[in-house]
Design a protein around this ligand. Sequence first.
Ligand SMILES: Cc1cc2nc3c(=O)[nH]c(=O)nc-3n(C[C@H](O)[C@H](O)[C@H](O)COP(=O)(O)OP(=O)(O)OC[C@H]3O[C@@H](n4cnc5c(N)ncnc54)[C@H](O)[C@@H]3O)c2cc1C
Length: 386
Amino acid sequence: MNLDLTPEQRAFRDEVRAFVQSRLPADIRERLRLGHPPRKQDTVTWQRILNERGWAAPHWPRQYGGAELGQMERLILLDELYRAPAPLPQVFNVTMLGPVLMKFGTQAQCDYFLPKLANLDLWFCQGFSEPGSGSDLASLRTAARREGEHYIVNGQKIWTTTAHLADWVFALVRTNSEARKQEGISFLLIDLKTPGITVRPIYSIDGAHHLNEVFFDNVRVPAENLVGEENKGWNCAKFLLGNERTGIANVGLCRERLDYARELATRFTQGNQRLIDDPKLRSEFASLDAEIRALELTNFRFLLTPSEQHALPAFASVLKLKGAELQQDIAALLARLAGPTGLERRPETDTSHGPLAPRYFYSRAASIYGGTSEIQKDILAKSIVG
Ligand SMILES: Cc1cc2nc3c(=O)[nH]c(=O)nc-3n(C[C@H](O)[C@H](O)[C@H](O)COP(=O)(O)OP(=O)(O)OC[C@H]3O[C@@H](n4cnc5c(N)ncnc54)[C@H](O)[C@@H]3O)c2cc1C
């Protein structure tokens, strides 16, 4: 198997690189380069620029504003965005909900929502997890009772990333509590302005507000916002969680952060010596470089092997597990390089270096969200034992 880019793929990479270089606003690039998370407006501005080119939702059909890119081209695009660095297309809209609507939604839902998802005219968040229902998601209890042309929703979601910034949430709700747990779940689109919804912040250990609890108290949701069939929402959830394999390893992110670490190690000194001249540190960089390359090649193999020829969940688990470990190793290295000043909370205007310790703390979440590392190891163990 050829694990290198073809001449066409290289040409595509150059085209993307030139586009990003000429169109990405400099202030957004600089904020991200220093390690600050993109502001909502950064993501909106950049996604709309990408959308002009069909690259906001690059794998979607052209009729809905996509560019019908294949897996490898999508990975190249993603890596170039990380490399810039530029905000990624909003994941809940583009990677998660859009494909679910195309597979399970009505024509009216597709026509109304898809263009707005691609252009970020609506910002969706994901309401799956609940207290006590994370890894064991199918045990969720938020209830939706049908009453005429509405569902009445009661319950609570937790860890809902960007709910405080979002317009809508796509949520899993229980519509039948008698059936086997996977069989009584439905997939609903809920406008967060509907009366009865309370969004409460959760501040994470990096001191920032990414996460929320969302409470539903007799919230009336039009029945036309059901996606797919009632009680068949688990199929939508499995499809949503299983169909993302392109960016799961976050190779581009690892490489961009390691490049930034190299820049800092070249700039920072101890005594008269640049940190980068320390042989131990150089060997750490070399070993991380090699691990990233190995992960990249594994990712290529995964994308180039037809799915029927390999154990798909196990392959995806290797990428998720190793990608999370590498992100955490690199974040830890970055925090270490700056010494005690790495612990300081620094304003965005400070260009000496960005928020290294907060990034390190937040990187701990990489082995929790999207399926914890323990769950990935379980899947791997089962695939080996059979
Ligand atoms: C930063 C961040 C953002 C998130 N964003 C969202 C979001 O936008 N929307 C959303 O719906 N959810 C979101 N989540 C929630 C995330 O999906 C859950 O945290 C995750 O699924 C784990 O569930 P839990 O927190 O309930 O932990 P639990 O499932 O209770 O797990 C607790 C511990 O037990 C271990 N464990 C559990 N089951 C097993 C098992 N069978 N075998 C071995 N070990 C096991 C886990 O690995 C973990 O270490 C986010 C989480 C984080 C950290």
